[in-house]
Design a protein around this ligand. Structure first.
Ligand SMILES: Nc1nc2c(ncn2[C@@H]2O[C@H](COP(=O)(O)OP(=O)(O)OP(=O)(O)O)[C@@H](O)[C@H]2O)c(=O)[nH]1
Ligand SMILES: [Mg+2]
Length: 378
């Protein structure tokens, strides 16, 4: 499936149906009276987080989403049907921004989470509602309220447990391919990977048990903050990882400089990312003799912040050396992070908004159309 992490779409909630003006007129019935029904409510536009998606590619081909309109009320006190809601299915980790691409409207981080983006218009009251002791044959009814429309941005930030970072050609995709069933493109030239890949990593000994998700993103180079290479564009996808795995190619000339290049770019992107727990692994050790590997590890250990990073590991994605140890450390790190991280109360926003919608319906009054500002509730 093609990867797309940003899309702009148009949404419109349904108009409410109009109320009806009608009077009962039947043979042998003396006092008919008003019997115009209410209009139906327009449908909402709802965004819902679903399982089994990891791209927004569907939104490249379809950009307009309109909820159904409410049906008009009819005589004999028949109310119009409500318009059906329109549900936008998005992958976990999608954020919804207003048209300015800055104002965050919703952040969907758990499967099943829903948020109403635009509430449908209320249906108008039929003339039966306006009957009173003074005016017993009202000849007016309310029109339905109009739906709301807006352009919004969908932005996907993948949610993986481990994010792979490193210079181009460091062997990130090779490691993902050897530890999971993902099949990213691998080649010995820089910028082979042009978009993030995800893989479910299981234990290298293939015994059932612990699994986690690892994300491979395109390589970073010096000056990425200023747009060099593919720039910082994909770093957002590792923002929410429990930990980063920094891969350093052991066969290059200066491993310490490579380490600092990436650290500088992380710091330039965001302080939060630079402070994130980072494990460091020297890779391609199959191409070197053990003494060389030991020397490089010592050089790197001296440079790195061992409190954050811990001991530098040595692995080879090709021969499989060190992968079991790497797996154990990554799994341990994810567990440690999950224990300390506060449990996110994800669904509260969505629940609040649904309640608000119900409240608005109750508020509807004949004269003043209930105020509803679906795109302003921040
Ligand atoms: N000998 C050896 N070669 C490796 C190892 N890991 C990766 N390589 C080689 O290194 C080259 C680059 O590997 P990739 O996995 O494409 O590197 P990458 O970090 O994903 O690179 P970009 O996607 O361009 O950022 C390929 O030719 C791989 O075969 C390893 O453990 N040992
Ligand atoms: Mg790659």
């Amino acid at each position: 499936m093609k990867f797309l992490d940003q899309a702009k779409v148009y949404i419109r909630s349904g108009d409410g149906g109009a109320g009806c003006v009608s009077f009962r007129r039947e043979k042998y019935i003396e006092f008919g009276g008003p019997d115009g029904g209410d209009g139906g409510r327009g449908g909402d536009v709802i965004v819902e987080c679903v399982d089994g998606l990891n791209t927004l590619i569907d939104y490249r081909y379809r950009q307009h989403f309109k909820a159904g309109v409410g049906v008009h009320g009819m005589g004999r006190n028949r109310s119009g049907a409500d318009g059906p809601d329109k549900i936008l299915a998005v992958p976990v980790g999608t954020q919804i921004f207003a048209e300015d691409n800055e104002t965050l409207l919703a952040d969907l981080t758990a499967i099943g989470q829903r948020t109403v983006l635009a509430t449908g218009g209320n249906g108008g009251f039929g003339n039966a509602r306006f009957k009173g002791p003074v005016n017993q044959s009202p000849r007016h009814a309310n029109p339905g309220q109009e739906g709301r429309d807006a352009w919004i941005w969908l932005r996907l930030k993948l949610i993986a447990d481990i994010g792979l970072i490193g210079l181009p050609n460091a062997g990130k995709s090779t490691l993902l391919a050897s530890m999971s069933r993902a099949k990213p493109k691998i080649a010995d030239y820089p910028f082979t990977t042009l978009h993030p890949n995800l893989g479910v990593v299981g234990p290298p000994d293939r015994k059932a048990g612990r699994e986690f998700v690892m994300a491979d993103i395109p390589g970073l180079i010096a000056g990425a903050a200023d747009g060099a290479g593919l720039g910082h564009r994909f770093l957002g996808h590792v923002e929410r990882c429990a930990a980063l795995l920094h891969l350093i190619d052991a066969t290059q000339d200066d491993v310490v400089a490579a380490y600092h290049t990436i650290r500088t770019e992380l710091a330039a992107y965001d302080d939060g990312l630079a402070a994130k727990k980072e494990l460091i692994a020297l890779t391609k050790t199959d191409a070197l003799v053990p003494e060389q590997v030991a020397a490089l590890r010592a050089a790197l250990t001296a440079e790195t912040d061992s409190e954050n990073a811990g001991p530098v590991m040595a692995i080879s994605a090709v021969s499989g050396d060190g992968l079991q140890k790497l797996f154990d450390r990554l799994a341990g790190q994810i567990d440690a992070e999950n224990d300390t991280a506060p449990q996110a109360g994800d669904s509260t926003d969505a629940a609040d908004e649904t309640e608000a919608t119900d409240g608005q319906e109750a508020q509807q009054s004949a004269d003043s159309p209930g105020g509803w500002h679906p795109l302003q509730e921040q």
